[in-house]
Design a protein around this ligand. Structure first.
Ligand code: ZN
Length: 301
């Protein structure tokens, strides 16, 4: 089913990275810059990260897991204590924009400015320069790879083009892509918020977990990579976090699972590539040059 599987460490059947994006109320400030301070209800929902992150960190500690969190620079500046707890727990913090910008809606210059501002802010708060990136809202632009390569990033985890790691290449260099998919995202399972324009059906933790675990079972069977894209204010809610602990127990009992940070997974893949044990698929970005708009070529007459 997977034509080019990766050899995971110690004969593991699959790699699992339970990654969380700690967006907090950056989302409402980006969506409604003029009126964000009036939207207390939505902000309170997003600021639940204050409760969710320590809860998740306790779970990781209980099971000896080190994992990856992506944090926008603004969020790190607002909540340095929470981000500090992530770092103190030995976890990885990856870059996630400054104010959760949608990079594909910005000019190349504006994207570069906010990219660097996010990178600087996160580096200052954590004391560590991030090596990994996830584009806010998966909005990876045709220029994003240039900034990742220029700033020496090791990996990206925003794209969805495979079940296993691959390489994305551009004019300025390349990074390892650690792909995910909407099926591993908690957003479609649970989120209802009129200020942000989402009205999903709120699923039970079990029903959502059916979707996540179907992906896990397949990754385990065929040597894939399972990367969740969860949010502390969504998946870190009490009942869902309780279900998440059962998930960790199930994975541990099944065995053959390599729990790792995305940085560790990228390093492993990099070693295999350099030793010639893994020949990854290489994809060039952007995919196509500018295409003509058929609507601008209406027949005359
Ligand atoms: Zn996010």
């Amino acid at each position: 089913m997977i034509e080019n599987p990766v050899k995971w460490p110690n004969g593991a059947r699959c790699a699992v990275a339970i990654t969380f994006d700690m967006d907090s109320d950056s989302l409402i400030h980006y969506a409604h810059p003029q009126t964000a301070d009036t939207k207390i209800g939505t902000a309170s929902w997003l600021r639940y990260d204050r409760v969710g992150v320590p809860r998740i960190l306790n779970l990781y500690k209980k099971y000896g897991l080190k994992q990856t969190f992506f944090v926008p620079g603004w969020t790190a500046e607002q909540y340095p204590d929470i981000v500090g707890r992530i770092v103190d727990g030995g976890h990885e913090v990856g870059m996630h924009g400054y104010l959760h910008e949608r990079f594909d809606s910005l000019s190349a210059e504006m994207e570069d400015y906010w990219f660097m501002r996010g990178l600087d802010a996160l580096t200052k708060v954590t004391g560590v320069r991030p090596r990994g990136f996830r584009a806010p809202s998966y909005r990876f632009s045709k220029n994003t790879l240039n900034y990742l390569a220029r700033e020496g990033f090791t990996y990206d985890s925003s794209l969805m083009g495979d079940d296993v790691p691959y390489i994305i290449e551009g004019d300025r260099g390349s990074v390892i892509e650690l792909p995910t998919d909407w099926a591993m995202d908690d957003w479609p399972q649970f989120t209802v918020n009129s200020d942000l324009g989402y009205a999903m059906q709120v699923n039970s933790p079990d029903r959502a977990m059916d979707v996540f675990m179907a992906e896990f079972e397949a990754a385990w069977e065929y040597g894939g990579l399972w990367v969740s894209v969860w949010h502390p204010f969504v998946m870190g809610r009490l009942a869902r976090c309780m279900r998440m602990e059962k998930m960790i127990q199930t994975m541990l009992e099944k065995g053959g699972v390599w729990f790792a940070t995305l940085g560790e997974i990228a390093d492993h893949v990099d070693r295999l590539i350099k030793s010639g044990e893994y020949v990854p698929y290489r994809e060039r970005i952007p995919y196509h040059g500018a295409t003509a708009d058929p609507r601008s070529h209406l027949p005359r007459g």
